[in-house]
Design a protein around this ligand. Structure first.
Ligand SMILES: [Zn+2]
Length: 380
């Protein structure tokens, strides 16, 4: 199995390459779009000889390494094919556009020796050298480097490692609107995510204010909305990054894999009827959280598994009876009258579903020392 991580390295990118690559992509797009047939189902009729002709044309006056032209053509073909799929589903009528000035650097264009990346810019005379050891956040324990992407301000580097995920123990983690509840080493832990919720709230207020502006100044408001939405995403991602790093470190110490909810079943369970905006938010947070935690765990050869979360906050972990909302954030079992914090109910059920023993086996588990202690902390 391959674990993958990506890192950004701030960079003064070669402006000339960035600009000329962008131009070449624009030309390639115009030319390749002429090969899209739209009678009936749209498809691309771009043959080998067409590609060769385009390549030769683009290589005229091209002083950079030739592989850049190949990568530009490939990336435009990918763009056009993606567009055709959308077009055929009736999801777009507008022609595709290239908006970002990014350069994809194939692995034939760089070498990596003694910690130094050497990227060919112009054949045999101009290189971009990056000493990766200067960037302490880039791990040293990778097997190979995947593709590189150069933007105007940064180099995005993808590193890969072969892993065989294995764990002695399983932790389960449940994402809620204002906390993440976890069962780690038979102990309940709650991670406060109110700050994350707060970030989203702040931007929601800003968005509302801008929307009022949209009738008078539509262009300005659109630009502002985009700017704020990017900022919101970045701040939220930053929060989730820090949290998942902390949790991944803890799981590594415990040599524990993670049981997560299969988010396809999320809609029915989470947030118990609160407003749809919160639900969307929570789903976004849960996806981000799971995605980041997963790749951080895999990098350390720790496995991740997904379980169906259906009714996981409504089923009694002690007797499988139905649980109903009780005071505050707690749930009460209609069969055995046990009262447990709602988030703890969910995480115990995830644990049982993922660690592979049947529902009623928790009774036994509870008899065993440690879990009993920690559950009792939450039993009112
Ligand atoms: Zn019960």
């Amino acid at each position: 199995m391959e674990a993958v991580k990506s890192y950004k390295i701030p960079m003064d990118s070669p402006r000339d390459l960035i600009e000329e690559y962008f131009e070449v992509k624009q030309k390639a797009l115009t030319s390749i779009m002429e090969h899209v047939r739209v009678s009936g189902k749209a498809h691309l009729d771009f043959r080998r000889e067409d590609r060769k002709r385009l390549r030769d044309e683009l290589l005229q006056n091209w002083r950079f390494s030739k592989h850049y032209v190949d990568s530009a053509i490939n990336s435009v073909i990918g763009l056009v094919k993606g567009w055709i799929t959308l077009y055929n589903r009736g999801k777009t009528r507008e022609k595709p556009e290239i908006t970002r000035k990014t350069v994809y650097i194939k692995n034939t264009l760089f070498s990596f020796r003694n910690g130094v990346l050497k990227i060919s810019i112009e054949p045999n005379r101009r290189y971009l050298e990056v000493d990766l050891s200067r960037y302490e956040w880039v791990p040293k324990d990778f097997d190979k480097i995947g593709g590189l992407i150069l933007t105007e301000k940064e180099l995005i580097i993808t590193v890969k490692k072969n892993v065989e995920p294995e764990a002695e123990d399983w932790a389960s983690l449940d994402v809620n609107l204002t906390n993440i509840t976890a069962l780690i080493g038979n102990k309940i832990e709650k991670y406060d995510t109110r700050d994350l919720y707060h970030i989203h709230r702040v931007y929601e207020v800003k968005r509302k204010r801008i929307q009022k502006l949209s009738k008078i100044k539509p262009k300005t408001s659109e630009t502002l909305l985009k700017k704020y939405s990017n900022r919101e995403k970045n701040r939220a991602k930053d929060f989730v990054h820090k949290l998942t790093t902390k949790i991944a470190r803890k799981l590594r110490e415990m040599n524990s894999g993670a049981i997560l909810e299969d988010l396809r079943g999320l809609k029915s369970r989470i947030l118990n009827g609160s407003r749809s905006k919160n639900r969307k938010l929570s789903k976004w947070n849960a996806r981000q959280f799971q995605f980041m935690l997963k790749y951080k765990l895999l990098w350390n050869s720790l496995p991740v598994k997904y379980v169906n979360p259906k009714n996981s906050s409504k089923t009694c972990p002690l007797c499988s009876g139905r649980m109903a909302a009780y005071e505050g954030r707690s749930m009460k079992c209609e069969e055995c009258n046990t009262v447990i914090d709602r988030d703890v109910v969910a995480v115990l059920n995830l644990q049982m579903r993922g660690a592979g023993f049947p529902q009623r086996a928790l009774n036994e588990l509870i008899e065993r020392e440690r879990l009993r202690m920690s559950i009792n902390d939450y039993v009112i």
